[in-house]
Design a binder for this molecule. Structure first.
Ligand code: 6CS
Length: 360
């Protein structure tokens, strides 16, 4: 079932109204918290933090925010309430970025693919075949990288956004209406992408015709042929039912889907030491939680897609040789990033490449 066609569409208006009321009145989400609500015996003052995500209940980002909320409530004995928001209630992905910047929400899980027009360096995650095939190794790099956690973080902070953690939602795969096995299969192929210019460039390098759009429009666009394919981790393909309106899924592992836990920089810096420590510690704890969650969901949905006989999807596994053909075309996009995208002459990319080499 497609969440944005059959279920979410009808509820969207209601969610919009409810979310508006929640934002306006600072209402609480009872699911998000547990334990005492009065903060009795807590060193923390009563407070409410809004945490917006780009996904809906059950999907990795939203479940991350809900788990984060639960932990904060427990640690503060209910003094601090974190309200997780599903995607759809507070506007598009780009609206959510603006909302974090202007303090309408305090926290967000954000995909760098929606900030590329602003934080140019963040487009580094659009570079295909840059991170290792192994999701574990990719997570190790995302956790420890100075290039990302110090240098790239500074670039985001110029725009009032502090990424506190980078984490993977799994390897990305292609779904399509015609089989994709070699770069030529992308010739004039109408590919849906997120908004970052470098993502478009990456698909143009394969000869495709990319179109940026929000994921809320994607099921319909795939169904009516406005676009012929898209990329995402398997759990998202399955949960959003994109496979229902696609005939093929290529296991290309061409990238890892990276999400960031972000906070409004001014708000975070204005917090007391105890609150900052609380956030930092919870972000640290959540690393292994979210890694396990994405793995569980990606494994589960791979089986579901394979077993969905009502909506058959041919799963194409690329060989190493077949992946090499894509990689060859993807490599020059790194030079384009260095020369035309980066505002610091590719320094962050060069440092990251070294860090990746050390892990591999
Ligand atoms: O394709 C997208 O745009 C969406 N994909 C994921 C895995 N999360 C949210 C994002 O907006």
């Amino acid at each position: 079932m497609n969440i944005f066609n059959k279920k979410h569409f009808y509820g969207l208006f209601t969610i919009l109204i409810l979310s508006f009321l929640l934002v306006a009145c600072g209402g609480k989400d009872d699911d998000a918290t547990s334990g005492s609500k009065d903060g009795e015996g807590s060193e923390y003052s009563q407070d409410t933090w809004k945490f917006v995500t780009e996904e809906v209940a059950g999907q990795v980002q939203y479940e991350y925010a809900a788990e984060f909320a639960k932990r904060v409530s427990e640690k503060t004995n209910g003094a601090i309430t974190v309200e997780p928001y599903e995607y759809g209630g507070l506007g598009s992905e780009s609206d959510q970025v603006e909302m974090l910047q202007n303090g309408g929400v305090q926290m967000a899980v954000m995909s760098p693919g929606f900030t590329g027009g602003m934080v140019k360096e963040g487009q580094i995650f659009a570079l295909q075949y840059l991170f290792p095939d192994s999701v574990e190794k990719t997570q190790e790099i995302l956790t420890n990288s100075e290039a990302l956690n110090t240098d790239l973080r500074k670039r985001y902070e110029e725009y009032g956004i502090s990424p506190l953690a980078f984490w993977t939602e799994g390897a990305t795969q292609w779904t399509s209406s015609t089989p994709i096995k070699k770069p030529e299969d992308f010739n004039n192929f109408k590919m849906r992408t997120q908004e970052s210019p470098l993502i478009l460039k990456s698909y143009e390098a394969y000869g495709a015709d990319p179109t940026p759009m929000s994921w809320s429009e994607l099921y319909t666009a795939l169904d009516n042929g406005t676009v012929e394919g898209q990329e995402n981790p398997i759990f998202f393909i399955g949960d959003a039912s994109f496979h229902e309106v696609q005939d093929y899924m290529t296991i290309s592992n061409h990238n890892n889907y990276v999400a960031m836990t972000t906070v409004n920089t001014d708000w975070y810096e204005s917090l007391g030491e105890a609150e900052q420590k609380l956030i930092d510690e919870t972000v640290e704890e959540m690393r292994s939680w979210t890694f396990d969650e994405q793995q569980r969901q990606n494994d589960k949905f791979l089986e579901e897609i394979k077993n969905d006989t009502d909506n058959p999807t041919e799963v194409i596994e690329l060989t190493e040789e077949e992946r090499e053909a894509f990689k060859e075309l993807a490599l020059p996009v790194r030079d384009f990033y260095r020369e035309n995208v980066s505002t610091v002459d590719g320094e962050i990319l060069d440092k990251l490449v070294k860090e990746i080499e050390e892990v591999q």
